[in-house]
Design a binder for this molecule. Structure first.
Ligand code: NIG
Length: 403
């Protein structure tokens, strides 16, 4: 049992709000109690004390959209883009050969390094997708490797039609043998519904096949222009639709009236020089939003959720509370890892599958903590680019310390 004390502000991301001069009790990886430090119940007197040094504490970031299973890099493509070239879906093929030939051992080593880098930036929950192998053998390998370390694994065979392949034949493979082999190792299926990738009919086939195989649905949509991705995601009950840069009024209303989370990927938008998502339009309409890093070699080679939150506040006109919520509870909702009922901080703290919930500091939830190296969380935006993370704790265990 641990007592985290000397917390300048505890951002619970729940009805309990931000508690000043707070303390938190952890036992067996679960939060047992949160409140004002002077109110810690006597029954916890024997807990090991962790002095947070008058720092702000948030839930660990929930990164609900990454592509951590790849080898190779696309620095040349990025440099060309910064010199004026457009982003196109086809670049995915550049890292395909490197990923296919890497081997499971190297892919796992890269994945572990990427997760450790995420911990160093306060992230405690990681979704990752396959999607850089683009054949049955390599997608299966990616899924198996991902399942060793990621919290949620998404099958993204429908990321791009591999060079030289026929689109319809490739979709047949994705929804047939590829899905059959990969499904036991993954939680979700995703499709890149975009010009240059998969059209509406192909995307629908992929999602319906995944649903039939028992997988949850996610969609990459509306990244490069208006398109059917959002409507398809809402119609089929996807947990999230990600990118959402180009939205019609109908898309915004559909999202607001649905359980589909609109996931924004600000680091990707900056790296591809797409307009940043109009977060206010989504929030003001009542849509649920998430912020994720979209770590991948092409459009967002960063796992820094701190950077994404900074961007959301400075450039997307989100308040600090909104940005923190989107990067914690919003991500948890996008992965269906949020608490189904917290009862103002004292409820079950379990998600719909009975697992300790993510993204909120409430009793019963996972004790995943991001301790900032500052007394005030606003430093995330006030001091952009400065080292922000002091320590990261995953299920009550320290996984990163800056010193
Ligand atoms: O989310 N949009 C599709 N997929 C990825 C990365 C694509 C790429 O590697 O170019 C993304 O941006």
């Amino acid at each position: 049992m641990k007592l985290f004390k000397n917390i300048s502000e505890l951002r619970t991301v729940s009805d309990a709000g931000t508690i000043k001069d707070a303390a938190l009790i952890e036992e067996d990886g679960i939060i047992r109690w949160v409140g004002i430090a002077t109110d810690v119940p006597a029954e916890f007197a024997e807990a090991e004390t962790i002095d947070c040094g008058n720092r702000a504490v948030l839930p660990g970031w929930v990164d609900s959209h990454t592509h951590m299973i790849f080898d190779g890099n696309r620095a040349e493509e990025f440099e060309a883009r910064m010199a004026g070239a457009d982003y196109a879906a086809g670049g995915i093929a550049v890292t395909m050969e490197a990923t296919r030939s890497a081997g499971a051992q190297r892919l796992e080593k890269l994945l572990v390094e990427r997760i450790q880098a995420g911990h160093a930036g306060g992230t405690t929950t990681f979704e990752t997708k396959t999607g850089y192998g683009l054949n049955t053998e390599s997608e299966l390998e990616a899924a198996q490797v991902a399942a060793l370390h990621a919290d949620d694994v998404t099958f993204l065979g429908a990321h791009l039609v591999p060079p030289g392949a026929d689109a319809e034949e490739y979709v047949d493979e994705v929804v047939g043998p590829m899905l059959e082999q990969v499904a036991p190792h993954v939680d979700w299926i995703d499709v890149f519904c975009e010009r240059g990738a998969f059209n509406e009919a192909q995307s629908r086939r992929v999602l319906e096949a995944g649903k039939k195989a028992g997988l949850g649905l996610r969609v990459h949509g509306n990244q490069l222009g208006d398109g059917p991705g959002v409507q398809l995601a809402v119609e089929l009950g996807a947990a999230s639709v990600d990118h959402v840069n180009y939205l019609t009024d109908e898309d915004v209303s559909a999202l607001a009236g649905s359980g589909t989370v609109a996931t924004m990927l600000p680091a990707c938008d900056l790296s591809t020089r797409q307009p940043l998502v109009d977060a206010r339009r989504l929030l003001d309409a009542g849509a649920t939003v998430a912020i994720a890093s979209n770590l991948n070699p092409g459009t967002s080679f960063t796992s820094s959720m701190n950077y994404c939150v900074t961007t959301a506040v400075l450039q997307q006109y989100m308040s600090l509370d909104e940005a923190i919520e989107a990067a914690t509870l919003g991500g948890a909702k996008a992965l269906r890892r949020n608490a189904v009922s917290t009862d103002g901080g004292s409820g079950s703290g379990l998600d719909a599958k009975g697992r300790p919930a993510k993204g909120q500091l409430v009793v019963g939830a996972a004790c995943d903590l991001h301790i900032l190296d500052a007394a005030n969380a606003i430093n995330l935006a006030y001091r952009p680019g400065m080292p922000a993370t002091y320590q990261t704790w995953l299920a009550g265990k320290k996984v990163y310390s800056s010193r």
